[in-house]
Design a protein around this ligand. Structure first.
Ligand code: FES
Length: 575
């Protein structure tokens, strides 16, 4: 080991190094797997949390990458052990992966606690897997490094570049408007996801891995490397080598994560025009680290930091271009003194040192501070009688005319009602209407699904309308765009004021003033809420019941109330 902890001081030595009956079992069962004593005795045991599955297309390379991480662990004198965890495919898991983010966080924390491991490499990337695995690892507080999955290659359709999610929404709207054929739509299906790796727009995956790097929890530059690039495999091996050294140095998340590192993450979130989902995840992750970050911190930073990453959906390019332009280290360097470069990283040095060789190679993709992508805000927190605890919006992804708007509400009491009505030719809707979706929040969804980018009604699409104001207690995909006001808290399902909105009520939005108001007399709102009855949905047993009882609202990061905080949990007895 490089320095610091002796072999005897290793956590795993409690399992392997004693002369007791149980240690006999731990050693004999390790030998059973074909390892020799010299493979594991006295060595730091590195857990590799692998979120691979046959239904996780973004992590299809993780079986190979796990072997590459192991190579690095062996090289550095460690003993790698792979522990599979929930793979949480954003595409396949229903009703939403957000329902299971905390389950994965619990799984990671308890996998680490219950096994003989001294440090961990987290293999994550697809949306919730990054915050979930990190939340668990932060709470466990063993030396931790994140190996980001990396974005997939650019999409391609008849010579045109396609971006994950963003172009799906865009061309779906064109299809609904009758502008593209079924055959063209089918051809896009085979061109939009050309390799393994995460969505290659600045969706939740790329946002969260970039923020994780900013927090100091990855090797420098790791989050931007495209998944199929050979550099990605080398980075995986480097993670394996580095985690062994980190165990020797006893460098834990609690030594890395600080108020300064989370403030840096807020700055980068704005410079990326990052996914609105990151707001919820960062609040939850900070909560696990004992750092109090709230919605107002996001709004404060958003006012000072322009959008520099020219990546869809707020910009023009994709993650592959971002990597070639210098990747996240280049963006961090452009941000200069907006960041606290003294924040610690997994390298054992500060963020400033990690930027040593960084440079911008395409200033169209990664803009300098004096030539941002747009003057529009990367995010704004709105409050008012419709969202007393806040709601969020991404003004940079909305048509500017909608940033100050009053219009009548068209209310859908849940997703099914919206889905059944939205494309009807007789839907009483005009471009000035504000679509309102209720009961799609953390409890109501359940799991706060990504329904917040309500579809533009077909009737309006045919008239050429491509954006309108939409308000919900749901989230939206980081690859989505439009004038969508999200995360309204408290949610309708628990009796928040959103539940009181009725068809035709006037709603006023003023992003400059950060206001979101239901223009109905307060006494009338109170009367309606008095009459309001909680919608009926019973979960007689199981995880859904646990979720409904313990999930916190969006402004609190949607962590379970019993998982939040930093109270230490005793190590397991080994008898
Ligand atoms: Fe996995 Fe988008 S579906 S990152």
């Amino acid at each position: 080991m490089s320095n610091g902890k002796s072999h005897r001081g290793l956590r795993s030595a409690r399992w392997f190094a004693s002369s007791g009956l149980r240690a006999f079992g731990h050693r004999s069962r390790t030998l059973q797997m074909g390892y020799a004593y010299e493979d594991f005795m006295g060595k730091p045991v590195v857990a590799i949390i692998n979120t691979w599955s046959d239904l996780q297309s973004c992590h299809a390379h993780f079986r190979t990458r796990a072997e590459e991480i192991k190579r690095g662990v062996w090289q550095a004198g460690g003993f790698p052990v792979e522990l599979p965890a929930l793979s949480l495919s954003e595409t396949f898991v229903k009703p939403t992966t957000m329902l299971y983010r905390n389950m994965l966080a619990m799984e990671v924390e308890e996998l680490l606690r219950s096994h003989p491991v001294d440090g961990v490499v987290l293999m994550a990337g697809c949306d919730k897997t990054t915050p979930a695995t990190l939340m668990g690892a932060i709470s466990m507080d063993l030396p931790t490094i994140v190996m980001p999955a990396g974005p997939m290659l650019r999409g391609n359709y008849h010579g045109e570049v396609l971006g994950s999610g963003s172009d799906v929404w865009k061309y779906w709207a064109e299809k609904q408007a009758g502008k593209i054929s079924e055959d063209e739509w089918r051809a896009m299906e085979s061109g939009i996801a050309r390799s393994y790796g995460t969505c290659m727009t600045m969706g939740t995956a790329s946002t969260m891995t970039a923020l994780t790097e900013t927090l100091g929890m990855t090797l420098p530059g790791a989050s931007s490397i495209p998944a199929p690039d050979s550099g990605h495999a080398r980075m995986a091996t480097a993670c394996g080598r580095r985690i062994v050294a980190m165990i020797g140095e006893d460098l834990k998340p609690s030594d890395i994560l600080s108020r300064a590192s989370f403030e840096n993450a807020l700055v980068v979130q704005m410079a990326l025009a990052g996914s609105t989902n990151a707001i919820i995840h960062l609040i939850a992750m900070a909560g696990r680290a004992g750092v109090d970050i709230g919605l107002d911190d996001f709004d404060r930073v958003a006012r000072k930091v322009p959008v520099l990453a020219n990546v869809r959906p707020s910009g023009a390019f994709l993650m592959e271009d971002f990597y070639y332009a210098g990747g996240l280290p280049a963006l961090l360097r452009e941000l200069g003194d907006r960041l606290d470069l003294s924040a610690m990283t997994v390298t054992g040095a500060d963020l400033g040192a990690a930027l040593g060789g960084a440079g911008t190679y395409n200033s169209e993709v990664i803009r300098p501070l004096d030539s941002p992508v747009s003057d529009a805000l990367g995010m704004a927190v709105l409050r008012g009688n419709l969202a007393p605890n806040g709601a969020v919006m991404k003004p940079s992804a909305a048509e500017p005319r909608l940033l100050k708007h009053s219009g009548p509400a068209l209310v859908f009491k849940d997703y099914d009602e919206m889905d059944a009505a939205i494309d009807r030719d007789d839907l009483p809707v005009t471009p000035d209407h504000i679509l309102v979706l209720q009961n799609a929040g953390p409890v109501g969804g359940p799991g706060m699904p990504e329904w917040g980018m309500l579809p533009i009604p077909r009737k309006l699409l045919k008239q050429g309308v491509r954006d309108m104001l939409r308000i919900s207690d749901a989230r939206m995909s980081g690859t989505s765009y439009g004038a969508c006001i999200l995360h309204v808290a408290p949610e309708a399902y628990v009796g928040g004021p959103l539940a009181a909105v009725r068809n035709g009520d006037l709603i006023s939005v003023d992003v400059d003033k950060r206001s979101l108001e239901l223009e109905v007399r307060e006494s009338e709102i109170a009367r309606r809420l008095e009459e309001w009855q909680p919608p009926k949905r019973d979960y007689p047993r199981g995880y859904n019941q646990l979720f409904a009882q313990h999930i916190q609202q969006a402004d609190k990061g949607c962590d379970f109330d019993f998982l939040a905080g930093t109270e230490p949990i005793p190590e397991p007895d080994i008898h």
